[in-house]
Design a protein around this ligand. Sequence first.
Ligand code: HSE
Length: 309
Amino acid sequence: MYKNYRVHVPATTANIGSGFDTLGIALGLYNEIEFYPDENCDLYDTELVIKGEGISEIFSNKENLILQAMDRVGKEVNQTIPGGVMKLLNRIPLARGLGSSSAALVSGAMLANQLTGNHLKKIDILRITAEIEGHPDNVAPAIMGGFCISLMDDNQAHIEKIDISSSWKAVVAIPDFELATEKARNVLPNQYERKDVIFNFSRISCLIAAITVGKPELLRYGMDDKIHVPYRIPLIPGAKEAMNNAITAKCYGVTISGSGPTLVAFSSKNEADDVGNAMVIGFSQSGVKAKYLVLDFDSNGATIEEIGG
Ligand code: HSE
């Protein structure tokens, strides 16, 4: 007889400018997933009840990332994962660069791990979900919380988690259109000039120093990038204006969140609304509707609890 579980999983912002496919931060915006397993139901026959984001875009089939991750964990531990009823309260918008697919993978992996006796550690969940996602930078903070440096080495996952100053805010400006990660990866070159690689070495060093030493003035360098941002800006109408406006409104630094189209700026609490409004105005100058959210950083990562005790 299986128990019922609820998962809370945070949104994430990956890359933070210079840390392409390596750095990510967990944000205080959460999806909630409740799973009521039924041992007579096949995993891919699970009934989905969705509220919030993505109602018309998420289906219960082999494309569903939560079910895929559950299936993958089942194979890892040699157990069959049942289907059932899954209730999703989605607050993370889909395909906007805020880690919705990582949130789905992490929640599925955690549910399946719990249902099969909790044999996997967080680092195993990172390896499994990063393999499915193709890069570890969103799944790492979704699992661990905080600011995460993550890497895969010969199929082994590694994470270093660092807490971020709680006096900083993340201001995300979310435009009213989706951008598939695959499309945003396809515009990237296969080779880079040495000067661009050196540019990123210096910027990522500043970024890690800014976060570990708590020096926000280093973020304007640390969030700069020559590996992906310049190639993706043309895919996001209004992004250039929104980023310039955020700087004028005195953010610490601003960049594309993950593969976009959302932008993320860090700022003090006092400047956060000005920065958010400035970005929304920037998007509107290109005819793009956008909204902004002022978010705290999440320091716990995904959590799972039994429903009804
Ligand atoms: N590092 C990834 C990218 C994050 O920028 O393509 C998006 O999932």
